[in-house]
Write a protein that binds this ligand. Structure first.
Ligand code: ARG
Length: 350
């Protein structure tokens, strides 16, 4: 890749994959590779792609290769929604492969990103035998749209721009498509924020690279992976928990348990995991809400006729409009007479 790149060391970006049609990719699970929709033709059986894993030098004989069996192409690609992503299923897992977690929140769609690939090293140049890496700056949607007429139809919710805006000189290029754009998350681990998608030439001033906005499609990617029999690594989650018991009065006022979140930059995830453990002799009596730091309330569970005891569930909340840091509250109310219980513990995973 890249105009302006330097060689990456073997093992530096262990989840990087080279695909035989001339694209990049990243290990989503041991048997699934995340790439770009425009790198593949359609959803369906496909045994024509070879994935190369585990090397920086494509000629390194220690490389691991796998043939594809199936391709899932984003159904929203080439629609107004956008979504230049696809998943390739390998014939067998690469056991022990390093996986790159995908961003489930827009919190990391900012700052400086790293890109890597074996694509062209200059516009119209040839592909690279060695994996190259570079750093590119986040460019906001409005600046990107106005950078050059080429970018006028940017889809802000589906695409992220990055590059060296005024000077150019650093960019992904043909053959890098499908590869990841990534950065460090709140706990210092790599997280994938983009997929190399397109651009006007390569590394020209005022012509940034355009990347699939991974956080927007995280839920769809996870669902597609599940349908293909895989579970992507969750981003290295920070867990915030309260294990103090709180009694729930019978048909009484709501009670609260607090969890204070700190050190998480930006907003909460679009799939915030809320783990709840409540001991109660009749779970249908209980109504549960999550209250965000600003007081916004998300209903987790309504009352019902269910006589099943206890609640032991992880709820998923789209909390992407909430700032992560602050005091979150679990609000629990028993709304029917007879039967009581207590909040045993609950936790938020960011
Ligand atoms: N579409 C290209 C590919 O198939 C990637 C182009 C990226 N271009 C850029 N200027 N960043 O490899």
């Amino acid at each position: 890749m890249v105009v302006g790149g330097t060689q990456a060391a073997k093992g530096e970006f262990p989840w990087m994959v080279r695909l035989s049609m001339g694209c990049g990719g990243s290990m989503l699970t041991e048997q699934l590779v995340l790439t770009a929709a425009h790198c593949v033709s359609r959803t369906g059986n496909n045994t024509s792609i070879t994935a190369t894993y585990g090397v920086a030098d494509l000629q390194d004989t220690s490389r691991t290769t796998r043939t594809s069996t199936y391709v899932h192409r984003s159904p929203t690609y080439d629609t107004a929604t956008g979504g230049d992503w696809a998943i390739i299923k390998l014939a067998s897992p690469i056991t022990g492969a390093s996986l790159l977690p995908i961003a489930t929140t827009n919190a990391y769609n900012t700052g400086v990103f790293t890109v890597a690939g074996w694509g062209a090293t200059r516009e119209n140049g040839s592909q690279s035998r060695y994996l190259l890496k570079a750093q590119v700056d986040y460019i906001d949607d409005t600046t990107c749209k106005n950078a050059d007429p080429y970018y006028a139809d940017l889809i802000p919710s589906a695409e992220l721009c990055a590059g060296n805006l005024a000077a150019g000189g650093v960019d992904t290029c043909q053959g890098d498509s499908g590869g990841p754009m990534f950065r460090r998350d709140g706990s210092g681990a790599w997280v994938q924020v983009g997929i190399v998608s397109h651009g006007n030439g390569c590394a020209r001033p005022d012509n940034p690279g355009v990347y699939t906005e991974v956080s927007t499609f995280a839920a769809a990617i996870k669902q597609a992976a599940a349908d293909l029999g895989g579970t992507p690594n969750p981003p290295t989650g920070k867990v915030f928990e309260n294990t103090a018991d709180v009694a729930i009065p019978d048909a009484g006022a709501a009670v609260y348990s607090n969890v204070t979140v700190s050190g998480v930059s930006g907003n909460a995830p679009s799939a915030l995991a809320v783990g709840v453990a409540i001991k109660h002799s009749w779970s249908g009596d209980v109504v549960i809400d999550l209250v965000a730091p600003d007081g916004s309330t998300y209903r987790l569970k309504n009352s019902s006729s269910s006589s099943t005891p206890d609640v032991n569930t992880t709820y998923t909340v789209n909390a992407s409009s909430e700032v992560a840091n602050g005091t979150w509250r679990l609000k629990v109310q028993d709304v029917y007479r007879e039967d009581t219980g207590y909040i045993d513990s609950w936790k938020l995973t960011f």
